[in-house]
Design a protein around this ligand. Structure first.
Ligand code: NAI
Ligand code: 15L
Length: 270
C-alpha cells in the first residue's frame, strides 16, 4: 500500500526532551523528512531525519532552522517554573523568533505545546473551556499565554494556523493524585497531534491535551473540529492513589487550584 506523506518536512523542537524522545519515531509517518531540533544533544540522525542543534533565542539560527519546513511541532523551551531570565529567552524571545521564522518560511500549520498552567489559577471545582480568560499560575504559565497570544496574532495577521495544545500531564503514568485528573497518555498525545496536523482547517484553536480521565477540569468543545477522541484514561492507575484523602483539602492551595505545586514555585528573579 502506498504510504501518504502529506508533509514534506516537519520540524519538531524540543526533540531531546521527555516528550520529544517519545514522539521522535512516532511522528515519522507524517512527513518525508522530520527535522529534529534542540539546544541539547539528540544523537545521530536516523533514516528520514535531520538533526539541528539550535538555541531558540538565536534569531538567525531559528530562521535557518525553518528553511524548507511546512509544519512545526513546537515542544522546545523551559517546561516548568524557572527564573524569569531563562523563561524570557527560551519561551518568550524563542517563540517570537519561531513565529517570525514560520512566517518567513511560509509554514502553514503549527502545533504549540502550551500548558494547563496557562489556566492553573482556576479552581479544581471549576470546569474550564477555551472561551474563558487565561489565569496563569506561574511565570512559566504566563509564557505559555504569550505563545497563545502571539500565535493568535500571526493567525489574524498572516493566516498561519496554530493549535495551542494545553497539555495536562504527559508521562508514562500519573506520579501524584493531581495527575489522575490531568494525565494525558502518550498514545492519546500522538493521536491528538495527528489530528492537529491533519484536520482540514484549524484556524487558531485552543485545545486541552488530556485523556478521558474521571473528573476532568477541562471541556474541549471548542476543539471538536480537530476530531480528537481520547482513548485512554487514568482509571487504570486507580490503585496508585487510593481515594482516601479529602480533595480539594480546605487548607491546601495546591489542591484548591488546578495548577497544583506550580502555585508555590514562583515568581523567581535573580
Ligand atoms: P522537557 O523539559 O523534557 O523538554 C524541553 C526541551 O526543550 C529540552 O530538551 C530542552 O533542552 C529544550 N530547550 C529548552 N530551552 C531551549 C532553547 N532555548 N532552545 C532550544 N531548546 C530548548 O519538557 P517536555 O516534558 O518534553 O515538554 C515538552 C513541551 O511540552 C514543553 O514546551 C512543555 O512546556 C510542554 N508541556 C509538557 C507537559 C508534560 O506533561 N510533559 C505538560 C504541559 C506542557
Ligand atoms: C507542565 O506544563 C510541565 O511541562 C510538566 O512537566 C508537568 O509539570 C505538567 O505541566 C503538569 O501540570 O503536570
Amino acid at each position: 500500500m502506498t504510504q501518504i506523506t502529506p508533509f514534506k518536512r516537519i520540524l519538531m523542537t524540543g526533540a531531546a526532551g521527555g516528550l520529544g524522545k517519545v514522539l521522535r519515531d512516532r511522528i515519522k509517518p507524517w512527513a518525508t523528512i522530520v527535522r529534529l531540533s534542540d539546544l541539547a544533544d539528540m544523537g545521530e540522525a536516523r533514516d528520514g531525519e535531520e538533526v539541528v542543534r539550535c538555541d531558540l533565542s538565536d534569531k538567525a539560527a531559528v530562521l535557518a532552522l525553518m528553511e524548507g519546513v511546512d509544519a512545526v511541532l513546537h515542544f522546545g523551551g523551559i517546561s516548568t517554573e524557572a527564573h524569569f531570565d531563562d523563561i524570557m529567552q527560551a519561551n518568550i524571545l524563542g517563540v517570537a523568533n519561531l513565529y517570525e521564522a514560520i512566517h518567513k518560511a511560509g509554514v502553514k500549520r503549527v502545533v504549540f505545546a502550551s500548558s494547563n498552567h496557562a489556566v492553573g489559577y482556576y479552581k479544581t471545582t471549576d470546569m474550564v473551556d477555551a472561551s474563558m480568560p487565561t489565569r496563569p499560575d506561574s511565570m512559566y504559565g504566563v509564557s505559555k499565554c504569550f505563545g497563545e497570544s502571539l500565535s493568535r496574532y500571526y493567525y489574524d495577521r498572516f493566516g498561519i494556523e496554530t493549535v495551542c495544545l494545553r497539555i495536562g500531564s504527559s508521562f508514562p503514568a500519573p506520579i501524584n493524585k493531581r495527575m489522575m485528573t490531568t494525565y494525558f497518555s502518550y498514545d492519546d498525545l500522538v493521536e491528538c497531534l495527528r489530528c492537529c496536523l491533519f484536520a482540514p482547517r484549524v484556524g487558531h484553536t485552543i485545545a486541552f491535551g488530556v485523556s478521558d480521565n474521571d473528573g476532568k477540569w477541562w471541556d474541549n468543545r471548542f476543539a471538536a473540529h480537530l476530531g480528537f477522541k481520547a482513548k485512554d484514561s487514568s482509571t487504570k492507575f486507580n490503585d496508585l492513589f487510593p481515594d482516601t484523602s479529602e480533595f480539594p483539602a480546605a487548607d491546601d492551595i495546591t489542591t484548591i487550584y488546578q495548577g497544583g505545586k506550580f502555585l508555590l514555585d514562583g515568581p523567581k528573579y535573580r
